[in-house]
Structures are given as structure tokens and as C-alpha cells.
Design a protein around this ligand. Sequence first.
Ligand code: ZN
Length: 599
Amino acid sequence: MSDRHILTAVAWPYANGPRHIGHVSGFGVPSDVFSRFQRMNGNRVLMVSGTDEHGTPITVAADAEGVTPRQIADRNNRIIVDDLQSLGLSYDLFTRTTTANHAAVSQEIFLGLLKNGYVFPKTTLGAISPSTGRTLPDRYIEGTCPICGYDGARGDQCDNCGNQLDPTDLINPVSKINGETPKFVESEHYFLDLPASTRALGDWLATRKNWRSNVLNFSVNLLEDLKPRSYTRDIDWGVAVPLDGWRDRPDKRIYVWFDAVVGYLSASIEWARRSGDPEAWRQWWQSPESDAYYFMGKDNIVFHSEIWPAQLLGYNGEGDKGGSPGSLGRLNLPTEVVSSEFLTMEGRKFSSSRNVVIYVRDFLARYDADALRYFIAVAGPENQDTDFTWEQFRRRNNEELVAGWGNLVNRSVSMAAKNVGGIPTPGELTDADRALLATTSGAFGQVGELLSRNRQKAAIGEAMRVVSEANKYLSDQAPWKLKEDPARRDTVLHTALQAIKDCNALLTPFLPHSAQQVHELLGGDGVWSVAPEIHEVTDLDDGSPYPIITGPYDQGQAVWGSTPLAAPGTPLAPPTPIFTKLDESIVADEIRRLEEGGE
Ligand SMILES: [Zn+2]
């Protein structure tokens, strides 16, 4: 047991639509497994995120529907909140980037960078419409991507290759409004001076241990070619630039990515303000003993190992230009950037526009959250791109969850309920009994060590190996053949139930919903693993309503280690199965759905 402060900073899902299972396999489930394990291990976790609601794609969606960007953001924020809560993701605060608190914190970071000289003004070329003379926002300019050749690239980014662009980069730019060729005139913007932080970024990366090697190598390689990047954009939807002459301009906002990463900090501050101790966030952000783990898919590494650390270094005054921390004080850099690879779907890349997709809510309408969480943990894209197939999902669900773990619980609790009516009284233990209990109670060391390093696939593999040992013990000891020797039968059943209690604790970070059910099947009362809750709140500063995810996670009984069963005689009821066996027909049904493009 330890008592560290650990920040779990989870990538912010973009609110231009519902999230699919590829998204939650990258940032969602791994960050929750980590947080639940750390809490069980006695650490003080603060897990924060929210919906990322600014930027061009949301304004494009709003234009297409004839509604405001805020309406698009409100709708998708609520869908995403529902999905993530249903998956059991235990955020201390899941909020959004359209809060007044977030705008204020984003502006404070910008001003701190400006004060220290890491943000500077620069005149660049901005697009105007030649026929009207008005500014053309980046999203209204389309052309050919200079990097991948895609025809529909926009003035701020290419949706095909994902690169950030400037309108002047586009080949054959045209206005989406009337097809005319935009005219480029001088326009003032602010830039983040990444070269001024290159040395400090390199020094910091050199101290990073235990990162996945591909993430660290990728991050170090980025340093070879750092250029200043535009901190402001020509767009009317986002956080205002907090300077006289800029604040009230409708056409200039802070770039969406540069406000989204500030969200980890602003959400921590919002959590503290809602907790009744507005300074409480400082324990996670300013203590040298605290740690911060950032979880994301690999397409976002650059923003977490380069841009956000550069913002923090500049705000702290720790780059080549020196300086001193802004009014919030010095802020900690990430301890580790934990990045997953990509999940593909039946051999195809997930794509909402091409309907190669399964949304979280559709998945959870037909299957249990723990079945998805299990698949992501045991077969997800932790270290390499991984294909989701319905056949493999069904097979792992049936062979490992239902026939492995579920059957161990079911047959042990059934026998105890039927023969004893409660937790049996154990007699003297044999070597076989002691060996099993040594295996299950001893597994916390190794599985915990793997989980603390985010080797989650190896961790659940080891936990399931222990489940197999317990199943083998039960088959070998065959308590159903011990009718003539009830004392020995009761000892075997007690040993099996204690092993199940240990296995349940080992699996709790991965399978929090079924862990609660197993806790109750073993005669436990109260809450073992705490489920996240949706609370309807109002903005702390402007009063507008929105839903958050939060929960009383310190009230769960789950701890990382072997804990004794309920007392002998505690009543046990015949169990209902905790996992659902999936029929062969679901595979063809789901592939047909995929080929028809959704429902
Ligand atoms: Zn491109």
C-alpha cells in the first residue's frame, strides 16, 4: 500500500459525434483499469477529462444542420457522458471545454506564456473573400492536401492524413461558400515558440523511464524539427484571445488543440472547486512527489509529449527564454504518456463517415460492458494495431469469461449454497489447499507490478492464469464426490470460495460490474467496486446546465490484496450467471449490420 497522488489524465473525446469502440479502447478502458488499480492500492487518484468541443469539425457539423456549434456540442456531450458512464469509467470529473472555468484557465496559460516570451505575435497570410472583403475562416477554405494529396483538405487540417495545415499550404484553395479563389492578406496571429523549449523538452524526455519504447522514440524524434506553431486561428468558435483589441473580435480564437490539452488542468481545478476545497488540485499538479499519467491513442502523442509539455515549460519559465511561473504557480509535467495503437474492425479502419464503425451505445445495447472491457484488456491495441473481430469477441467471451471465470464462480457458489446454505466452515488445510491460496494471494504482487507499469494485457493474462489454477483445483478436488466426507467437502469449498474472492479482487480493475456481483454472491454486503454517476450540475461561473461524471470512489471496499471471506454461516443464495454466453449467430448478424452501415 502507498499513498501517492496520481493524476490520471484521459484524452478528451471530440464532441462532433458519438464515440466508437476504437476510441474507448485507446483512451477509455486502459485509463480506468489503471485508476481503479491505483485506488485499490491505496493511492489518491484524480481522474479527469471531458468533451473537447471547440474547433472546426463542430462548426462544420453545425453549418450542415443549421444549428449553433453549442447545440452540436450539447447533444454529443450528453451522448458521450452516457456512454462512458455505462462503460464504468470512473472519472472523478468528466466535464467539457465550453465551461467558463476552462476558458479562464486556458487564457491564464496563454497569458503566462506571453509574459515569459514563449508566445509571440507574428503577421501571416489570412484568407479573405475577394468579392465581399470579409475574413474567410479556415474551415471555409478547401483544397488539396500538400502532404497526402487528399482533395477535400480544409484550411486548418486534413481529415485524411490528420496533419495540421494553414490555409496557405493548400494546393488550389477555394472558398466553400461560393467557389472563388480566396485572396491572402496580412493577418496577425500568436505563435507558440516551440524551438525555445526544444532543449528543455529534450532534457525532460531524457529523464523518462518505463515509457513504451515506441512512444518515447517517437517523442524524441519530434524534437529534431520543431517550428513555432500557431496558437490562434481564424475561427469564431473557441476560447477568446485574452488581450485588448482581441478579446471581443469574433474571428480570432485560441486553436482548439491548445485549449483542449489545458483541459487536464482546468478539469482538475473545476473538480477542486466542486469539492469545496478550491486549492485541492495543487496536490496533483505541484507536489514533486505526485505523478501524472496521460492516456490516449497514438494519433495524439504529439500533443501530449510535445505541445502540452512545451506549454507547461513556458508557463513555468523553464525554457531557453527563462521566466517565472504564472499566477497558478509551477505546474508538473507528465510522468508518462501512455499511448495505445489503433483498433481496426474486421480488417477495416474505423470510419464514421464510411460506416465502418460500432458505436459504444450500440455495443452496450446488445452486450455487457464487462465483456467489452475484457476484450479490450486481453486483446486490445496496447502495443500494436489490433483487429476487432466478432468471432474473436464471441470466442473469448464464451471460452474465457463464461467457461473460465464465470463457471468457476457459478459452480463453487452453487455447491456451497446447495450443500451448506452459506459460507462453509473449513477444517484443516491440505498441501493442495495451501498451494492454491498461496497462488491466489501471491498473485497481487506480480499483477500489481504489471498494472503499475500499464502492462495491462500481461496483467489480465496473469490474473486469468490464476483463475485457471483455481478451476483445476476444483476439478482435482471434486467436492461433488465428497458426499461421504462433508468436512473435507466444506474445506474444499471454503478454499475455492477464498480463491474466488482473491481472483475477483485481481479482476476488479478490469471487470468492475461483475466484481460487484461476485462480491454479493460471496455473501458480501455494501459496495465493493464503485460505479461512476452522472450528476446534473450548473456552470460554476455562468450558470448553464450540463451533466458531469463523478463518483464516491473512496467508499468502495475493494483493496489490492487478499481479504478474508465472510464468516462461516453467512447465507449464500444459488447464483445467477454473471456473464452471458453468446450464440454463434451474433457473428453473422453483426457483420451484416456492419456491411449495411449501422442499424
Ligand atoms: Zn492530408
